[in-house]
Design a protein around this ligand. Structure first.
Ligand SMILES: O=C(O)CCC(=O)C(=O)O
Length: 288
């Protein structure tokens, strides 16, 4: 097995590790360590059943159930994102073919599940690319005035705001019901990795609705500047999918987005969320 940087990006690729075979204990340790350091790991050309995806999830942390209980696969921890339909015309899985703007998953929860992977099964010829940007790099390269503004700052993260955006983009499902069950939550805008002391920015552009003690026009302006800085091309890894690609990422320290794709093209990816070891990864804390 080799773990190599992907040219021009912060992400790394794990090569020569067939995940359909039992993974040697030393390789598993090396993968977990590379994941902590890199935040995004790519495993290309895998051929994995859903139980094998679950085994991979268990190697990384503790696989969890997803809130969208209608997007299920045959293994409860594995969900499907696709624009395919059953013979009865029912959507198979979620998110269809629409573009998804820069976001991080579950920032609107008090205790986000931060590990996540996507596994590509069927991919369109055009579009459907997924991109990640590093919140470590973003923090480490902040201009001094932005670094001063975010250190000690507390953001309000709102599921209602996020879902409002999703509903505008045409995804209604039964998500409106969850708004009432998910109150706004406050997290620091800078988090510290427990093992190394490395700091990462924590923003989620369509989910943060304000910063403690700051008038709305000032916090909107600061959040716009932080977003623009974070998504600069030099911080971004763009993944062009091939069948069998598995991409693992840590939602506490990266944002991601997806390009849309033609409705008539098929795209099916499988997804899992994973609780990560809180002694080795940032779990965004509640501020109050
Ligand atoms: O389908 C993709 O490539 C990305 C999906 C996504 O953004 C998500 O699951 O949060």
């Amino acid at each position: 097995m080799r773990i190599e940087p992907i040219a021009g990006s912060f992400a790394h690729e794990v090569k020569d590790l067939p995940l359909w075979e039992p993974v040697d204990v030393h390789d598993a340790v090396a993968v977990r360590e590379a994941f902590r350091e890199s935040s995004v790991l790519v495993f290309r050309r895998q051929s994995l059943s859903e139980p094998e995806l679950l085994d991979f999830g268990k190697m990384i942390g503790e696989p969890c159930l997803y809130a969208e209980r209608t997007w299920l696969s045959t293994v409860p921890e594995v969900i499907i994102l696709s624009n395919l339909r059953s013979q009865d015309g029912e959507m198979l899985g979620g998110l269809a073919n629409k573009p998804l703007t820069w976001h991080t998953d579950q920032s609107y929860y008090a205790k986000p599940v931060t590990g996540c992977f996507l596994y590509g099964v069927e991919l369109p010829d055009q579009g459907g690319r997924t991109s990640w940007t590093s919140l470590y790099k973003a923090y480490e390269t902040l201009p001094p005035e932005l670094a001063k503004a975010v250190d000690g700052a507390i953001g309000t993260f709102s599921f209602a705001a996020r879902i409002g955006e999703a509903i505008k983009q045409g995804d209604n499902h039964d998500r409106k019901k969850r708004i009432a069950e998910t109150p706004d939550v406050q997290h620091p805008l800078v988090n510290v990795e427990p093992g190394t002391g490395r700091k990462a920015l924590y923003i989620d552009p369509d989910t943060i609705i304000g910063i403690d003690g700051m008038p709305k026009n000032e916090s909107d302006d600061l959040l716009d500047r932080l977003r623009a800085h974070t998504i600069k091309p030099e911080h971004v890894y763009d993944h062009e999918w091939g069948p069998g690609d598995l991409v693992l990422w840590d939602n506490a320290v990266v944002l991601h987005k997806r390009d849309g794709f033609p409705e008539k093209s098929n795209r099916l990816v499988k997804r899992m969320i994973i609780n990560l070891d809180p002694t080795r990864h940032i779990i965004p804390p509640v501020a109050h």
